[in-house]
Ligand binder design. Structure first.
Ligand code: BGC
Length: 518
């Protein structure tokens, strides 16, 4: 399989995760309400319990970004069932509500919170970058971090969660090419250096880039996110390597600049990425399906990590290191990860279709068109909790601590979320019991928020937001109560499983449309 076919296949696989097209008949989602054995090892006292958010998805006013341009171009689906506009501007307005939101997080028993500090908000113009941030915005982020500290909530801070200012990435100006531009890695490192100096006394856990591979595939291969390019494989490869380079230089910059011990543990700050890892399940035992699934899994889950942990550069992402230009153990990339930030949502079923040229056209692993026996979420993703254990096992060779930086379910009725949380946290607890060094879990997300190109259709929040009311009231859902119970007990017990009904059968005719960014 050539690199282009492999990347295209991955794009389609990831795009397929975006939900159903409404045409699939209701599958048998009557997953048995199984009850696993009790675990003797509980979650450790030091475990980080939290939730995750990103600036563009919860803050208003980011209208100077490529994502806002994308919205204005009509690329975000009006899929919301409340009949409101699906605009980020209409979101949960975290700026106005952060103190109450963090109180809610605290009420869950949380001691961690993942958030982004937005480059676009801090530096609205190029002229300000990197020494003259907007003072009001600077004060706001310091206030949020102080609010975390006041509540003994440890912040995990992301530097780039997908929205760039138009002075870096302008969809109408090819000279502002964002991550396609070779000098973006240096710009990003400058941002990291500035952030490390400015926030080092408040932050000890950094995430440079959210889901680099999803960012590449949705923007340059499946056209579900800005700049909306379809199967532009060469550009996608450039973006991929620029992101890797950007991470490595930002890692160095953060370690140089952040010399403060924010959490008082006597240790330096830790830097990672948030890697979106999936389980690619071959549809059949046919060797072709199996090979396709293996290649996709390697590309999706390990290619970036291999580059920034081992320094191995598979330049054309073809799954081998034997092409001219490939490198092994590059000292400029190697050992640039202190822990692994893992985002896990589920699996993709893989069917190999024909020769490699058919991949880009037909798309081989379209989960929504393959019959799978799993319960389905509101946006038609499979629920696949034991896959979390599989991806944790897959990370063992990197020998790094792991923090689950995202895991969650779109479920506006909250009739699946409690069981989803229980099943996934059981897998985490089981992994810890078996010696895997998992140090934290961030549920995605604290409250309902702007779900990229799928607008407000999928609802991931532990707290439901009424977007039709001016003050965006939040209501605690059943999933929040389950999460609180587990945190208090530091245990996912069989009794807890017994209290939860099996997943309901979903009606696909009302599932969220197929326009999610991955
Ligand atoms: C992204 C989030 C997104 C979530 C649910 C993750 O891939 O990092 O921004 O909201 O998936 O779709």
């Amino acid at each position: 399989m050539k690199s282009s076919a492999l990347l295209a296949a991955l794009a389609l696989a990831l795009a397929a995760c975006g939900g159903g097209d409404g045409s699939k008949p209701a599958a048998d989602a009557s997953v048995d309400a199984y009850v696993p054995p009790a675990l003797t090892t509980k979650f450790p006292d030091t475990f980080l319990w939290g939730t995750a958010t990103a600036s563009y998805q919860v803050e208003k006013g980011l209208t100077n970004t490529d994502w806002h341009q994308w919205e204005v171009k009509g690329k975000v689906l009006d899929g919301d069932k409340d009949g409101m506009n699906d605009r980020a501007e209409d979101g949960p307005d975290f700026q106005a509500h952060y103190a109450d939101d963090l109180d809610r997080a605290k009420s869950l028993g949380n001691n961690a919170y993942r958030m982004e500090i937005s480059l676009a908000r801090l530096f609205p113009t190029r002229a300000q970058f990197p020494n003259n941030p907007d003072p009001t915005v600077l004060a706001y982020y310091h206030a949020v971090l102080k609010a975390c500290k006041d509540r003994q909530i440890q912040p995990l801070v992301t530097l780039f969660h997908w929205a760039l200012p138009t002075w870096l990435h302008d969809l109408d100006d090819p000279t502002k090419a964002g991550w396609e531009a070779a000098d973006m890695a240096n710009t990003f490192a400058a941002y990291a250096r500035w952030a490390g100096r400015e926030f080092g006394a408040e932050v000890d856990l950094w995430i440079t880039i959210n889901e680099p591979l999803v960012y590449v595939t949705t923007g340059w291969l499946s056209a579900n996110a800005p700049p909306g390019k379809f199967l532009q494989v060469d550009a996608a490869l450039d973006v991929g390597w620029n992101l890797i380079e950007g991470h490595a230089r930002a890692y160095d910059a953060l370690h140089q600049a952040d010399i403060m011990d924010a959490d008082g543990d006597g240790k330096p700050a830790l830097v990672s990425i948030a890697s979106h890892n999936r389980v690619f399940v071959p549809e059949t035992s046919d060797p072709q399906d199996k090979r396709a699934a293996e290649l996709l899994q390697r590309l999706s889950n390990r290619m970036f990590l291999d580059a920034v942990v081992k320094g191995d550069e598979d330049k054309n992402f073809n799954g081998s290191l034997d092409d001219p230009g490939d490198k092994k153990a590059d000292p400029m990339l190697k050992n640039r990860l202190d822990y692994i930030g893992l985002n896990y949502y589920g699996n993709s079923t893989v069917r190999y279709i024909g020769n490699e040229n058919s991949f880009p056209i037909i798309g081989l692993p379209k989960t929504e068109n393959l019959d799978t026996p799993y319960a389905k979420t509101e946006n038609n993703w499979d629920v696949y909790p034991h896959g979390l254990r599989d991806v944790l096992d897959e990370l063992k060779p990197y020998a790094l601590p792991i923090i689950i930086t995202e895991n969650g379910i779109a479920d506006r009725d909250d009739d699946m979320r409690p069981r989803y949380i229980v099943e996934h946290l059981y897998e985490v607890q089981r992994a810890i019991a078996d010696g895997i060094d998992v140090r934290g879990y961030m549920y995605w997300s604290l409250m309902d928020n702007f779900e990229w190109s799928a607008g407000y259709c999928p609802r991931f929040g532990l707290y439901h937001v009424d977007f039709t009311k001016p003050d965006r009231p939040r209501t605690e859902g059943a999933g929040a109560r389950t999460y609180r119970q587990i945190i208090a007990a530091k245990d996912v017990s069989p009794e807890l499983f017994r209290t939860l009904p099996a997943y309901p059968i979903q009606d696909y005719s009302v599932s969220c449309p197929h326009l999610s960014p991955f």
